[in-house]
Design a protein around this ligand. Sequence first.
Ligand code: ZN
Length: 181
Amino acid sequence: MALLTILTDDNPRLRLKSQKVVKFDKALRELARNMFESMDAANGIGLAAPQVGVLQRLIVIAIPQDLDYEGSEPFQVALVNPEIIKCAGEQVSEEGCLSIPGWYGEVKRYETVTVRGQDLYGKPVKIKAEGLNAVCLQHEIDHLDGILFTDKVTDPSTLHKVQAAAARSEEVHAKEMARVR
Ligand code: ZN
C-alpha cells in the first residue's frame, strides 16, 4: 500500500484521454488498492487513475451512503473501462474534485445511469446507479476523457472556493455535504 500524489488541475496530464486497460494483472489491482487508500486519506469519494498520473481507464468510488436517499446502501466499486450505456433524467448538485481542492460548483448530470465495464480481473460488470452514485460515476468517467467538473458547471456564478477556517472544517463540510470530490 502506498499513498499516491493526486495531481491538481494545473497539470496537463489531467486533460489527456486515458487508454483502455488490456492487462488485468497484479499491478492493476495494486493501483486500485492504492487509489482507494489515497482517496480515503484525502477524504474523497471518487478517484480516477489519471488523477494519480496513470492514463488508464480505471476509476474507484466509495460512498458511505447517499444522503439524498434515506437508507441507501454504501456504494463501493473499482471499475475498469467503464462506459455509460443508458441514462435518464437529470439532476443538479454541487460537485467538488480532489484535483481542484476547495472549489465547488453546480453541475447538471443524468439522474440515473447504467454503466458497463469490467472488474479488476477482467470480468464484465454492469451497474445501475441513481442520485449521488450516478453523479460520481459520471464525474469519474469524465476524468478518463480529460474532462473536469468545472467544464460543466451550469452557471459559473455557482463556482466558489470554500475557505476552510481550519482543515477540519473543510473535511466536515465534505462529509456533511457528501459531495463528489
Ligand atoms: Zn474529480
